[in-house]
Write a protein that binds this ligand. Structure first.
Ligand code: FES
Length: 346
């Protein structure tokens, strides 16, 4: 492992691995530098310009794009920095839809946090305000909504789609004030190659990408995704006994902060009124509810009537490895057949 680099930030000596940006080194050591377009899961691109810092002997520079150097002396707050950050922030909000009260991201929005931290002159914003893009809200996807009037062009969604999902279905389109994030041909997202993983939705710092019908949970529980056998770490949010949200566990060994469409948007089956919660037994052509004891003894009786290749097992990806091991053992050793298969996708 290469040696750590020592630098001073706001008079505090900190250490960071070579190649680490000043921004990430400072944040890891509890020193806040305002930022918007940087995300720990993605490459840095230096778009928003609010992470400016002063480095001794140099002009102010964006800390997310500047790697730490031995002996560097960094200042994160000064009158000049405040002023420049304010102008850069103004440029980000000039044509941003300011209707925070009705926005799903209200109080969880990074742009709101920045405006509180840096401060904005409302009169100046009013005077310089540009017309909004007035893009129609794209609600073509059944699980999330795109509102490009709330987009600040940080590019986090573009990099997420490219670097994490490997899909690349969105990119910057048009030029100048008309610039926006769009799919090929500026069509609704449903007409693109989007696989609805929701990774971009999870990382959007503003209200441009939000889950449809988002409900704020009253409590959260860390668990494992109940779908396929990957075992992705997730945090499920609930109100009472009803699941209302899910998000990935950052750094989880199986999924490292990502979820697929099923884990992110597919948990409504848990509370669905059509979900079977009791076994059904066919009696005189009709399926009727039965107790577990009745169902299990019926299955045991039926098992006794078949042998060898008359019998087959379909195991499930929803079961644990141990459950599936026992099923194949039972199929081979007790039922004496190799007819066992597994539904790997659910
Ligand atoms: Fe550095 Fe946006 S966070 S330029």
């Amino acid at each position: 492992m290469s040696e750590l680099i020592t630098l001073t930030v706001d008079g505090v000596e900190i250490k960071a691995a070579p190649g680490t940006s000043i921004l990430r080194a400072a944040l890891a050591n509890g020193i806040y530098i305002p930022h918007l377009c940087d995300h720990p899961d993605l490459t840095s691109v230096g778009i928003c310009r609010v992470c400016l810092v002063e480095i001794e002997g140099r002009r102010p520079t964006v800390s997310c794009m500047t790697p730490v150097e031995e002996g560097m002396v960094v200042t994160t707050a000064s009158e000049d920095l405040d002023q420049t950050r304010k102008v850069n922030l103004e440029l980000l909000v000039l044509n941003h839809d300011y209707n925070c009260q009705s926005c799903d991201k209200n109080s969880k929005c990074q742009l709101q946090e920045l405006t509180r931290y840096i401060g904005l002159d409302e009169e100046r914003i009013k005077a310089m305000r540009k017309p909004m893009l007035d893009s129609p809200i794209d609600d073509s996807n059944p699980y999330y909504i795109r509102d490009m009037d709330k987009c600040v062009l940080c590019g986090i969604c573009v990099r997420t789609c490219d670097e994490i999902q490997g899909d690349g279905c969105i990119d910057f389109a048009y030029r100048g004030i008309k610039t926006k994030i769009a799919v090929l041909g500026d069509k609704p997202i449903i007409d693109s190659t989007c696989v609805t993983c929701g990774e971009c939705v999870a990382r959007c710092p503003v209200g441009a990408l939000v889950p449809r019908n988002a409900v704020e949970p009253t409590y959260e529980v860390e668990t494992i995704c109940p779908f396929c056998g990957c075992g992705c770490g997730m945090v499920v949010g609930a109100r009472g006994n009803k699941i209302v949200s899910s998000r990935a566990v950052s750094g989880s060994p199986a999924n490292n902060g990502s979820l697929c469409v099923k884990g992110r948007f597919g948990l409504s089956f848990v509370n669905h009124p059509d979900r079977l919660t009791k076994p059904l037994i066919r009696k005189e052509g009709e399926l009727v509810e039965a107790s577990w004891e009745e169902a299990i003894s019926l299955i045991a009786d039926k098992f006794g009537q078949y042998k060898g290749d008359q019998y087959a097992t379909i195991a499930s990806a929803k079961c644990t490895v141990e459950d599936n091991y026992v099923m194949q053992k039972f199929t081979r050793a007790v039922m004496e057949t190799n007819n066992i298969d597994h539904c790997a996708r659910l």
